[in-house]
Design a protein around this ligand. Structure first.
Ligand code: PEP
Length: 257
């Protein structure tokens, strides 16, 4: 049984004070997360990690970072290691987000180095994959997903692969207001699960959680998460307000699979 997981990627939004305000609001909404039967993860910017960590210490809300460097320490100006993220209270880390691929030179090869760095520091990687608009229009969606999975996860042991979460995020749906239809999203998620079965085992494929990301809103969350292979959502814009993020989580908790 895969537990639904809703993560909020705050991107480069929220000063420390704003992050504290948002977290306090979410704490009030999620005071009984256990009864919702969900995992909820907040991924603030690095500067707010420690403050948010302290605020959620006495709750079931969990903390994630938006990126990681693959070395644990060293002369790598501007980078943040898994050891540091763990120290700041993180349990999760987003790896390979399309904005990192698009603007900061992230590739399958760097994703492949970052996943083990997260795992050896006890962090759960949320590995983002997904096609852009021209790839979808060319009919190359499955080819791109195969490339991201095969090369991003290359060399991971069967034991390690079971510790990751995959986020299917069609790039054309991120921050654009265009959401994949539930059928389009389900088709991609099923493809990913079938591929994991081919590469690993059926049991592993059935156990790995695959989140959908791309303009998830309170209005579309239920229908997306209701799909059999969609195990939650990675939410960008709509995670920046207490009202929309908590409504998404509540919709997710109403989905009975
Ligand atoms: C994201 O940042 O991962 C994302 C899905 O953003 P948005 O929900 O704003 O499309």
């Amino acid at each position: 049984m895969r537990k639904t997981i809703i993560a909020g990627n705050w991107k480069m939004y929220k000063t420390i004070n704003e992050a504290i305000e948002l977290t306090n609001g979410l704490k009030r909404e999620f005071d009984c997360l256990e009864t919702l039967g969900l995992e909820v993860v907040l991924c603030p910017p690095y500067t707010a990690l420690s403050d948010v960590s302290e605020l959620i210490m006495d709750t079931d809300i969990q903390l994630g970072a938006q990126d990681i460097y693959w070395q644990d320490e060293g002369a790598f100006t501007g980078e943040v290691s898994g050891k540091m993220l763990k120290d700041a209270g993180c349990k999760f880390v987003i790896i390979g987000h399309s904005e990192r691929r698009q603007f900061f030179g992230e590739t399958n090869e760097t994703v492949n180095k970052k996943i083990p760095a997260a795992l050896r520091n006890g962090l759960t990687p949320i590995v983002c994959i997904g096609e852009n608009l021209s790839e979808r229009e060319k009919g190359a969606t499955f080819k791109v997903l195969t490339d991201h999975i095969e090369n991003g996860l290359k060399g991971l042991s069967t034991e390690d692969v079971q510790k990751i979460i995959i986020a299917y995020e069609p790039v054309w749906a991120i921050g654009t207001g265009k959401t994949a239809t539930p059928a389009q999203a389900q088709e991609a998620h099923k493809f990913i699960r079938d591929l994991l079965k081919k590469l690993y085992t059926d049991v592993i494929a059935q156990n790995i959680r695959i989140q959908y990301g791309g303009s998830v809103k309170p209005e579309n969350a239920f229908e997306l998460i209701k799909q059999p292979d969609i195990d939650g959502a990675l939410v960008g814009g709509a995670s920046l307000s207490v009202e929309s993020f908590s409504r998404i989580a509540k919709s997710a908790s109403e989905v009975k699979k």
